[in-house]
Design a protein around this ligand. Structure first.
Ligand SMILES: *[C@@H]1O[C@H](CO)[C@@H](O)[C@H](O)[C@H]1NC(C)=O
Ligand SMILES: *[C@@H]1O[C@H](CO)[C@@H](O)[C@H](O)[C@H]1NC(C)=O
Ligand SMILES: *[C@@H]1O[C@H](CO)[C@@H](O)[C@H](O)[C@H]1NC(C)=O
Ligand SMILES: *[C@@H]1O[C@H](CO)[C@@H](O)[C@H](O)[C@H]1NC(C)=O
Ligand SMILES: *[C@@H]1O[C@H](CO)[C@@H](O)[C@H](O)[C@H]1NC(C)=O
Ligand SMILES: *[C@@H]1O[C@H](CO)[C@@H](O)[C@H](O)[C@H]1NC(C)=O
Length: 319
């Protein structure tokens, strides 16, 4: 299950944030959705996110495989920039099975742009143009649920993001949590629907933004750390991958965060150091980093199975 992304997760990089690798049903065998329905009811999809086993699972009870810095490419389009984290673009990543796309958003010349650390370093273009390409993929893949995780690097308001989501057309797919779980009370735990329900409603895009002030006018733009927690992302040794809570610090520990209903995101990418403390993706160890092995030090499989054990059986929601 991990093999198909072997070349994608590769790299990770510069000061950045977020996710990683892996997906698949988590343990157990959910009842497969049957295509036989009573007359008059819409047919259920036969597979959700590529698997019949996932249709009846809550969104929060699945491991969504992620690509860190998914917009920042190390390919011909960037002159093979060492600030790039991925060898393949987001469309290719989605078609290979990635279901969470992470990227940083900066303000440059009054426009929200996908830039890695600084727009002078790596500028992957306007946010709305990238979102339009993700929308096109969703248009063509009707049984797939995708999650975005964007970093609000320049503290822009929700309205600025909403403008890009609207102009790209992707806002039409946005999932809005039921109002009872919105941030206007003290319980931000979302009662997550099943994949099948998200697909039936055609609300197949879940959007988290790190560092956004929730805005009731744009309730689909979820503040990441109201709903999720992350393990450390600045890992410079393959032996150092862990499962402790890194952010949000206010959640105190992984155990407390899980108890509070925050969705766990396992960061699994490694940095290598250049001179003067500059860090770049540790591409030389990619075969180890992306390996499903549960015994090899530094392997994704070992990291995730270690977290499941440490977390009393809870699997990552994003990895
Ligand atoms: C990441 O960790 C390395 C080694 O511990 C440290 O030198 C560096 O400053 C850290 N970078 C960030 C962005 O935290
Ligand atoms: C997650 O899905 C599995 C398989 O369907 C099920 O056994 C388990 O109870 C679910 N967990 C939660 C918390 O819903
Ligand atoms: C990825 O590359 C393909 C082929 O050039 C292109 O059609 C697609 O729009 C690109 N996707 C993104 C997100 O850039
Ligand atoms: C939420 O918590 C704050 C601080 O404890 C409290 O003042 C406020 O009334 C609470 N709001 C609701 C809707 O319960
Ligand atoms: C918070 O909301 C979730 C989802 O609606 C619910 O399951 C949970 O019981 C609520 N927790 C509290 C403390 O009210
Ligand atoms: C974190 O610890 C503080 C201080 O003990 C406590 O007030 C708070 O409720 C805890 N937060 C969570 C999410 O458990």
């Amino acid at each position: 299950m991990l093999r198909l992304v072997a070349a994608l997760l590769a790299v990770a990089a510069l000061p950045a944030i977020t996710p990683t690798a892996l997906a698949s049903p988590q343990g157990g065998t959910a009842a497969a959705t049957t295509a036989q329905q009573p007359a008059g009811t819409p047919a259920a999809p036969v597979a959700c996110n590529n698997s019949p086993e996932l249709c009846s699972r809550a969104y929060s009870n699945i491991t969504h495989m992620g690509a860190h810095d998914s917009a920042f490419l190390r390919d011909a389009s960037t002159g093979n920039s060492i600030a790039g984290n991925q060898y393949y673009n987001a469309t290719v990543a989605l078609s290979a099975g990635i279901r969470l796309l992470q990227a940083q958003v900066h303000l440059s010349s009054s426009t929200l742009r996908l830039c890695h650390t600084l727009c002078e370093l790596l500028d992957a273009g306007p946010l709305d143009a990238w979102l339009a390409k993700i929308k096109a993929w969703l248009d063509g893949n009707r049984n797939e649920v995708v999650t975005l995780l964007l970093v609000n690097a320049d503290n822009q308001p929700a309205s600025a993001f909403a403008a890009a989501f609207s102009s790209s057309g992707i806002a039409s797919y946005a999932f809005t949590p039921p109002s009872s779980s919105s941030s206007n009370n003290n319980n931000t735990t979302i009662a997550w629907p099943t994949l099948q329900a998200l697909i039936a409603a055609n609300t197949r895009l879940v959007t988290f933004i790190a560092g956004i002030t929730p805005d009731a006018n744009h309730p689909y733009l979820l503040n990441e750390f109201d709903h999720a927690f992350e393990t450390p992302y600045n890992v410079t040794s393959l032996a150092a991958f862990g499962c402790a809570l890194d952010r949000p610090g206010t959640a105190n520990s992984s155990a407390a965060a899980l108890a509070a209903g925050l969705l766990p995101l396992v960061n699994h990418f490694a940095y290598a150091s250049l001179a003067q403390g500059v860090e770049i993706p540790d591409a030389s160890d990619i075969d180890t980093t992306n390996s499903p092995s549960e015994t090899q030090v530094g392997a994704l499989g070992r990291h995730v199975s270690g977290c499941v054990a440490e977390w009393g059986g809870s699997s990552p929601c994003y990895g």
